[in-house]
Design a protein around this ligand. Structure first.
Ligand code: RB5
Length: 159
């Protein structure tokens, strides 16, 4: 799986920013897998989050960038799935920290919140910052361990 392939997905609120980010990534030598949406017709953000989540969980790509109007709905949607760590970022610092400490594999952006140039800066920082590991590894492992424990108990009928 190449680090140079990035999955993209958005609803109508993130569509314009997705197109800008797609051109930016291509200009930087990345290959892009665009899971839509294709225009500004109103659609539902969970459907587009799920397409990008599947590409990550099926190991087609390592990272993806998802966008809706605020970035909130699409990040909430993506974070429902084990193995996904979607970070809603609004500046380069949050983008950097989400890689260093959280090993985020999805970057969420608000297409109606941030400007295109800031978004490009965030994307560049996010794609080029490596996970620090160490104590942070233990913490991110707990995300899925705790969820797994919950679902096992729930499905057994203990909850
Ligand atoms: C769509 O109008 C808007 O609700 C959506 O893009 C997003 O901002 C939701 O969190």
């Amino acid at each position: 799986m190449s680090e140079k392939i990035v999955a993209l997905g958005s609803d109508h609120g993130g569509f314009r920013l997705k197109e800008e980010i797609k051109n930016f990534l291509v200009s930087r030598g990345y290959e892009v897998k665009d899971f839509g949406t294709k225009d500004e017709t109103s659609v539902d953000y969970p459907d587009y989050a799920f397409q990008v989540v599947k590409a990550i969980l099926n190991k087609e790509v390592e990272k993806g960038i998802i966008m809706c109007g605020t970035g909130i709905g699409i990040s909430i949607s993506a974070n429902r799935f084990p193995g996904i760590r979607a970070a809603l970022c609004w500046d380069s610092y949050t983008a950097k920290m989400s890689r260093l400490h959280n090993n985020s594999n999805l970057l969420a952006l608000g297409g109606r919140i941030i400007g295109v140039e800031l978004a490009k800066d965030i994307v560049e920082t996010w794609l080029t910052t490596d996970f620090e590991g160490g104590r942070h590894e233990r913490r991110i492992n707990k995300l899925d361990e705790l969820a797994k424990k919950f679902w096992e108990e729930y499905l057994r009928g203990d909850k």
